[in-house]
Design a protein around this ligand. Structure first.
Ligand SMILES: Cc1ncc(COP(=O)(O)O)c(C=O)c1O
Length: 390
């Protein structure tokens, strides 16, 4: 049984057994020799960073990736001792905390490299870092094409220790593989140049979830999966290539039930007017919880194992469902926003479609005021849920 929160019954239940299962599937794919750095940025994709990281550390994760220094400090506070990579880098005024919490920044521009190098020398300290190469993502990273310019500067670093080299795919979940292969070729050429120059660092990594599933030649020494650890395929077409178990369910309960006559308008803006006598259930969840306003008149939630449409606009703290066609609904009934109830399920991908976004945003948008409740259930229960959702 999942321990329920007191008071407002809106919460996310996170099954740690599913996380362990998903981690094992990644391990099976990449083998024992490739390190796995689990991406737990943005509160572990909304799943609760501390508990998730501790679970994955016990499952054998070789390290963790977060976006910001603050997220790294939080993991140290949760007892994580493994290496923590700050994927979006650190700022020169964060050097003290970076050293204190033994965090490893990904660095991507020469100015920051030079400033950190001279500050470290002044402090007589050293710091390991990973270098990011832009091979076609067009985001952060030194341009692979400018290697002749930056390579000699790398060679002069002393206080900064060159521990890793990385790049990031922009379209690896796509079935059109040409661009992904061209990024990989560019990265491999950079690795080769560094090798020839005697500068190649020990950790080389490029693969995110989609590449873990479909591109073993991109594994190098380490992979950086995020989404698949939470049980969601990076694209529906990849769902058959790996058996994943979604770890998170988002639940609430019916706050108020109201029978209203035909012609009653529901919520702000009168965007929904009942076409018949209707039974309307109000839920204690809204866009301030991360239940996207685009779900207004589009989303669906599960009540008594049936799908009930969201009617009217999603408000900041409240949302209405039309439960007229569902028998026996009572105040206090469980409502599943994401996850499974009976034979029905709503996946993060489905909710993302309604909200015109992607599963990543659905999960990371669930706000801090929604408690995360962690539990471990038997793998078989978990698997049934995953199958029902796929
Ligand atoms: C640099 C980097 N590596 C790895 C990942 C993990 O990606 P995914 O969740 O698709 O596995 C991300 C996610 O955004 C990222 O930004």
């Amino acid at each position: 049984m999942i321990p329920l929160p007191k008071g407002r019954p809106t919460f996310c239940a996170v099954n740690l057994a599913c996380l362990r299962w998903n981690f094992r599937q990644v391990r099976k794919k990449v083998g024992r020799k490739v390190k796995i750095i689990s991406i737990v940025k943005a509160n572990a994709y909304g799943h609760g960073a501390g508990r998730v990281a501790r679970t994955l550390a016990d499952a054998g994760s070789d390290g963790f990736g977060v976006a910001t220094l603050e997220e790294g400090v939080e993991l140290r506070g949760a007892g994580i001792r493994a290496p923590i990579l700050i994927l979006a880098g650190v700022y020169p005024d964060q050097l003290k905390e970076t050293l204190r919490y033994r965090l490893t920044p990904v660095l991507y521009d020469l100015g920051t490299l030079e400033r950190l190098e001279s500050e470290l020398r002044r402090r007589r300290a050293s710091l390991g870092f990973h270098l990011k190469i832009d091979t076609g993502m067009g985001r952060i990273g030194l341009l692979a094409s400018e290697i002749d310019g930056w390579l000699p500067k790398l060679a002069r670093l002393k206080a900064l220790k060159f521990d890793g080299l990385s790049s990031h795919f922009s379209h690896a979940e796509s079935e059109e593989e040409e661009y992904t292969h061209s990024q990989l070729t560019t990265f491999t050429a950079v690795v080769e140049r560094l090798r020839q120059a005697g500068l190649c660092p020990p950790l080389i990594h490029m693969a995110l979830s989609a590449a873990v599933i479909s591109l073993p030649s991109s594994y190098f020494k380490m992979v950086r999966p995020g989404l698949i650890l939470y049980g969601i395929p990076p694209s529906p077409v990849m769902a058959d290539s790996i058996t994943l178990k979604p770890a998170l369910s988002w639940k609430t309960r019916v706050l108020q039930l109201k029978r209203v006559p035909k012609g009653t308008s529901i919520s702000y803006g009168r965007t929904f007017v009942t076409q018949r006598e209707s039974l309307i259930a109000t839920l204690p969840v809204g866009y301030a919880d991360g239940y996207h306003r685009l779900l207004s008149n589009r989303g669906v939630a599960l009540v008594r194992g049936r799908r009930a449409p969201v009617v009217g606009r999603v408000c900041m703290d409240l949302t209405m469902l039309d439960v007229t066609d569902i028998r026996g609904v009572k105040q206090g009934d469980e409502v599943v926003l994401l996850g499974k109830q009976g034979r029905e399920g709503i996946s993060a991908d489905e909710m993302a479609l309604w909200a015109e976004t992607i599963s990543y945003e659905v999960l990371t948008s669930i706000s801090a005021r929604v408690p995360r409740i962690h539990y471990s259930s038997k793998a078989s229960t978990c698997l049934r849920r995953a199958q029902a959702l796929s």
